[in-house]
Design a protein around this ligand. Structure first.
Ligand SMILES: CCCCCCCCCC/C=C/CC(=O)SCCNC(=O)CCNC(=O)[C@H](O)C(C)(C)COP(=O)(O)OP(=O)(O)OC[C@H]1O[C@@H](n2cnc3c(N)ncnc32)[C@H](O)[C@@H]1OP(=O)(O)O
Length: 302
């Protein structure tokens, strides 16, 4: 039942005409994503989309302050924006970045996984799955311009992209640090990392919950390029131009060849994966770990 409610909510959101989204900001023109006129913006307050139709490129900027945590709303709005871009043949590439200074994304929203109902957990997890599937199998060239710290789910978002550019700032670490929270990265998180850095590096990184600073991130291959902070966006645009020089059909079929077997593993057992998540996240010991971790984050200031 819970699963059906979750699926219905997501389906309703996905099918809702864009212009009727409650938070939509349609047709606003704004400063160019890559310079020049004709850039149009749409999206929602939490997921801004700047489009440059002449270049065929869009920029998705996550804006969920203070830390760009991936709440249910952010996940849903992200999927809707992506789908809109996928369905508009004007666009061939998208850059994913953050509008929150110093933070790409703090990952999954811990408050969505703590002290909530089973129905809520199911709805939330389905939304996490949905975003991962959409990003991982996107026909667009997807480039991450990582302009801030990127733990756990934030790292996962960038791992689904075709290429990762990280700003060279020692504070901007990246990795799947789930074990440090007392939780476990699911198999498809693990697969995404293995496909990027190889089995041994992934095993060590996952068990130890490693967060890599830029130079190390580049060395292990969890990012493809490290550039000075003020050049992240221009570097992402240069990389985009190179990837867009490849004929779409050949690149897309090749991407599919590389990624579909991994995605299919989740698609085939999506409901079972949700049930597994429900069992895991509802355990008293896991809820306690999450509460302790959240309290530590909150007390940091005091
Ligand atoms: C066998 C298989 C089993 C399968 C079962 C599945 C199990 C579940 C798997 C789920 C996987 C989880 C992936 C995740 O993404 S979990 C999230 C991991 N994220 C983190 O560890 C990052 C935590 N945050 C930080 O380290 C820092 O906040 C920061 C990002 C470095 C920023 O530091 P800052 O000093 O600028 O800000 P800070 O004061 O810490 O935070 C400001 C407020 O934001 C709150 N907050 C931070 N992160 C989160 C978050 N991820 N979710 C929700 N809220 C967050 C923080 O509590 C502060 O709140 P407040 O202002 O004090 O109220």
């Amino acid at each position: 039942m819970a699963l059906m409610v979750g699926a219905r909510v997501l389906a309703r959101n996905l099918l809702r005409p864009w212009s009727r989204l409650p938070d939509a900001v349609p047709g606003r023109t704004g400063p160019a994503a890559g310079g020049g006129d004709g850039v149009r913006c749409f999206g929602s307050p939490r997921v801004l989309v700047e489009t440059d139709p002449a270049k065929g490129v869009a920029v998705i900027k996550l804006k969920n302050p203070p830390v760009n945590s991936l709440s249910l709303e952010v996940l849903t709005e992200f999927v809707i924006s992506l789908e809109k871009l996928e369905n508009d043949k004007t666009f061939r590439g998208v850059i994913v970045t953050s509008d929150c200074p110093g933070i790409f994304s703090a990952g999954l929203d811990l408050t969505e996984m703590c002290g909530k109902s089973q129905a809520h957990y199911a709805e939330y997890w389905r939304a996490v799955q949905e975003l991962w599937l959409r990003l991982y199998l996107s026909n667009l060239v997807v480039i991450a311009a990582i302009n801030g710290v990127s733990p756990a789910g934030g790292c996962l978002i960038s791992l689904t992209c075709d290429y990762r550019v990280l700003a060279d700032n020692p504070k901007y670490s990246i990795g799947l640090n789930e074990t440090l929270l007392g939780i476990v990265a699911p198999s498809w998180f693990k697969d995404t990392l293995v496909n990027t850095v190889g089995h041994r590096t992934a095993e060590r990184a996952l068990q130890l919950g490693l967060l890599f600073p830029p130079a190390e991130a580049l060395r292990v291959g969890i990012v493809d390029q490290v550039v000075p902070e003020d050049q992240v966006h221009s570097a992402a645009l240069s990389v985009m131009a190179r990837w867009l020089a490849i004929p779409d059909h050949a690149r897309q079929l090749t991407k599919n060849l590389m990624r579909k077997p991994t995605a299919d593993r989740l698609v085939k057992q999506r409901d079972a994966d949700i049930q597994y998540f429900l069992q895991f996240i509802s355990r008293d010991s896991i809820q306690k770990s999450l509460r302790v971790y959240l309290d530590k984050l909150r007390q940091k200031k005091g």
